[in-house]
Design a protein around this ligand. Structure first.
Ligand SMILES: CC(C)(COP(=O)(O)OP(=O)(O)OC[C@H]1O[C@@H](n2cnc3c(N)ncnc32)[C@H](O)[C@@H]1OP(=O)(O)O)[C@@H](O)C(=O)NCCC(=O)NCCS
Length: 335
């Protein structure tokens, strides 16, 4: 029998930021052999945001935290942890998290970047819940931030239509009753070569990889893996929270592609209008996609305190990370 799931960490505030620059479908038509109709039909994406040449992931992460502090009227200078989920840090080190620390002056904070690709943000939330449960931490910022346009190959029409830049941040604080009701994690390292960015190694099991510093993806394989494995994982995650799927107010799968979001809902027989997404207006923003979807719903007055939400990230690795939470942040206008 598994031990009873515990949580002493509540979500108390949210913020987000997307850069000013845009890449529209019409822009992409001028770069590669594609068209708006194909992109919308196969992905749902209408535009993506693009960071400026001198704008990096730490700038987006910092702006998302500033949005959180301003909307909720809270200070984060006493936060004792900063976890940044990203696959596109400004540089391998120092971490993006340490640059967020510099901007807000939490001088007694653990600052760490984590890479679980598009599953990174929910992985960060799971870690924050665990760290707070130890009693050693009380106030942790969990941020998903990406500048994927800097690693996108704008000569490859199968990937360049998908990715965009953005950041979202949640504040997670010690509380008698935590927000987390269950978590899920799974990894399938043998599928790692389906979506990758070369780094210190440009070999996969002895074979040279074609990409150099650019994201390479076998979209069809990733699509099949996502649609065949994720619905069951979401079922298990929800059951472990002691809930039936229909009791969830919102489902927030990683916004990889609107067709994947719809296919997951269809297989779960979950109403698609209760899925929160960020892909139509932002493209696939990897670790930022789930907090961007949550914040759009908060700003629209859809996601409210008390709502039950299943978050489910999945991506390169291949990684999966889920959590059922009870939403406990207000609408952000209390400031
Ligand atoms: C990438 C993706 C949108 C492609 O959609 P798809 O319906 O699977 O399309 P396919 O790859 O089967 O390609 C179908 C055709 O469209 C073409 N095509 C691919 N990209 C195109 C584009 N941007 N514009 C026009 N045609 C395109 C292909 O060349 C192919 O042509 P062919 O039949 O003549 O060979 C889709 O596979 C996907 O979203 N995969 C998952 C990606 C993902 O989630 N990644 C993130 C992991 S976190």
């Amino acid at each position: 029998m598994s031990a009873k799931f515990q949580s002493r960490a509540a979500v108390t505030a949210i913020g987000s930021y997307v850069p000013q620059g845009l890449i529209t479908n019409a822009d992409l038509e001028r770069m590669v052999d594609t068209n708006d109709e194909w992109i919308v039909r196969r992905t749902g994406i209408r535009k993506r945001h693009r960071a400026g040449e001198n704008e990096f992931t730490s700038d987006l992460a910092t702006a998302a935290v500033r949005d959180l502090t301003e909307r909720y009227g809270v200070s984060v200078s006493d936060a004792d942890g900063i976890i940044v989920a990203t696959t596109t840090p400004d540089m391998p080190f120092p971490s993006v998290a340490s640059q967020v620390q510099k901007a807000f002056g939490m001088d007694r904070a653990m600052a760490v970047d984590l890479n679980a690709a598009c599953a990174g943000f929910v992985t960060g939330l799971q870690m924050a819940n665990g760290l707070i449960l130890t009693g050693a931490y009380r106030k942790i910022l969990v941020i998903g931030a990406e500048t994927l346009t800097k690693i996108t190959d704008y000569t490859d029409r199968t990937t360049c239509v998908l990715f965009g830049d953005g950041a979202g941040a949640l504040l997670v604080e010690a509380a008698d009753t935590g927000s987390f009701l269950s978590t899920f994690a799974a990894t399938e390292g043998s599928g790692g070569h389906h979506v990758y960015l070369t780094g210190l190694s440009n070999l996969w099991e002895g074979q040279a990889l074609p990409g150099q510093g650019k994201l390479v993806q076998n979209g069809r394989e990733v699509y099949k893996w996502a649609v065949s494995s994720i619905p069951d994982a979401i079922r298990e995650l929800t059951e472990n929270a002691g809930l039936r799927l229909e009791e969830l107010d919102w489902l927030v799968p990683h916004s990889a592609n609107m067709r994947i979001v719809e296919a997951i809902c269809e297989r779960l027989q979950f109403p698609a209008e209760r899925a929160l997404e960020s892909v139509v207006e932002n493209g696939n923003t990897s670790a930022a996609s789930i907090p961007l979807a949550l914040d759009a719903a908060v700003r629209a007055g859809k996601l409210k305190p008390g709502h039950l939400v299943a978050l489910f990230g999945f991506g390169s690795g291949l990684t999966q990370s889920g959590a059922v939470i009870r939403w406990t942040a207000g609408n952000g206008r209390e400031a």
